[in-house]
Design a binder for this molecule. Structure first.
Ligand code: MG
Ligand code: MG
Length: 273
């Protein structure tokens, strides 16, 4: 079990606390999904997120994170921006897509999740990109089993995406362990051979987050030192959930329903409460 050295293993009570943080993140993202429409700025979405998190006793975990300190509550990444976009004056227009990543801390425990939302009418291939990316996230979650390994998730994400058509999967950014910090060991890549990495055990919480493009998997870091954009200008989508596995089944801590509906479609037992 040396592969699990240094991992944070949570008690059931601690997982319950992570659910509080995760649910706040999930509910915040649903507010933002409803608010994201033509004419709204990314900064307005950020203000909605910060108010909702603070009103419910949470702390926005992205604000002040790293160097240079991230200045906002959400990451707002539009069109060819994949992740880590900084919200501001940009006005969303018909045909855009926006990836919104959100994190919150409640009572010391973290939740982290992301969605990509269409603004008005988007091209069919872009709708399909979003569908494929979200379904790849769920395929990854479904591949996780107690007694399995982290890259079982990675492999399932990659297999799903490549089974749907020609897409780029980012390799320079990964999912991660999560708990008392947002980013913890182990990394959870979105590609690779199964059966490697840490053992999937009860009490481990992971954020799984495929980042998929309509073109190249290669990205540039923009001059703001945060925004990650595709080098070829192709559109990109990003979906993320924080989850854990209990002896009863999966619990998607950042899904409003705990993942119950989607897991049922996939034939995966629901382990939440
Ligand atoms: Mg995130
Ligand atoms: Mg994350």
């Amino acid at each position: 079990m040396f592969a699990n050295r240094g991992l944070e293993i949570k008690t059931r009570d601690q997982i319950d606390k992570m659910r509080v943080a995760g649910l706040l993140v999930g509910e915040t993202l649903e507010l933002l999904r409803a608010a994201a429409r033509p004419g709204v700025t990314t900064g307005e979405l950020d203000a909605i997120a910060e108010a909702n998190i603070r009103d419910h006793g949470g702390i926005p975990s992205f604000k002040g994170y790293s160097h240079p300190p991230f200045p906002a509550t959400i990451c707002a990444s539009v069109n060819d921006e994949v992740v880590h976009g900084i919200p501001g004056e940009r006005v969303l227009t018909d045909g855009d897509i926006i990836s919104i990543d959100c994190g919150a801390i409640v009572d010391g425990w973290h939740g982290d999740a992301a969605i990509t939302v269409a603004i008005g009418e988007v091209a069919d291939e872009v709708t399909e990109l979003m569908r494929v990316t979200e379904a790849a996230l769920w395929a990854g979650l479904a591949a996780a089993r107690l007694g399995g390994r982290v890259t079982d998730i990675s492999h399932a994400v990659e297999q799903y995406v490549h089974g749907q058509g020609r897409y780029g999967i980012l390799e320079d950014y990964t999912g991660h362990g999560i708990g008392t910090e947002m980013h913890m060991a182990p990394n959870v890549p979105n590609f690779g051979r199964p059966g490697k990495g840490a053992n999937l055990v009860e009490g481990l919480a992971l954020a799984v987050e495929p980042m998929v493009t309509l073109g190249s998997k290669e990205t540039d870091l923009l001059e703001d030192d945060w925004t990650v954009a595709t080098i070829d200008g192709s559109m990109a989508a990003h979906f993320e959930h924080t989850f854990t596995i209990t002896p009863d089944g999966h619990w998607v801590l950042t899904a409003v329903d705990g993942g119950a509906a989607r897991l049922a479609e996939l034939g995966v037992p629901f382990g939440g409460r």
